[in-house]
Design a protein around this ligand. Sequence first.
Ligand code: ADP
Ligand code: MG
Length: 208
Amino acid sequence: MIIGLLNQKGGVGKTTLAVNLAAELAGTGARVLLLDADPQGSSLDWAAAREGEPLFSVVGLPRATIHKEIGALGRDYDHIIIDGPPRVTDLARSAIMASDMVLIPVQPSPYDVWAAAEVVKLIEEAGVYKDNLKAAFVVNRKIANTAIGRDVGEALAGYPLPTLEASITQRVIFAEAAARGQAVRELDPRGPAAKEVAAVATELLEQN
Ligand code: ADP
Ligand code: MG
């Protein structure tokens, strides 16, 4: 499955979810490639911060030719995760065209809900060329026991795309793991963050 993490807005959790979903899928024994399509190269930085064995391959491809190259690049992998770029529209378009499933992280904030309009438009445009393209929102950085988490779900219902049942809570462990080039499932395998990532992965694979 080719999963593209896309959102024109920066700081929503594209890279965080990309590395953790890649680690989760690799943990099941699948061969996983993480394609870093962000010119900033955050997934590559994550891989460089890591000591010891890589869990999966990370390759930088911040070019608008991802959809053309993905066939050859992904030949030897079961799953490919694309860490999408902020802003750059032609890159985002190419990453969407390359994906089977576009996952849009959004934080529980009205600003994120409004900003999602841009990526939804790109997905609708891509859908004209690609009829089996799937897309969904995933709520990231949910704050436990607040109404805003539920409100964001209602606000997102105004878009013609579904929101995943599974969501990711705001947790310091995501930054702590990233600082070492690790996934949350490595730092705390049975912890709540790892469980949430696993639930997102399961839900994504069910949609395939
Ligand atoms: P993007 O790739 O969309 O720009 P990042 O994945 O880099 O977003 O996340 C932006 C910042 O938010 C990073 O510092 C990251 O560690 C932090 N972050 C992302 N998701 C979470 C979360 N669920 N809990 C805590 N911090 C998070
Ligand atoms: Mg990023």
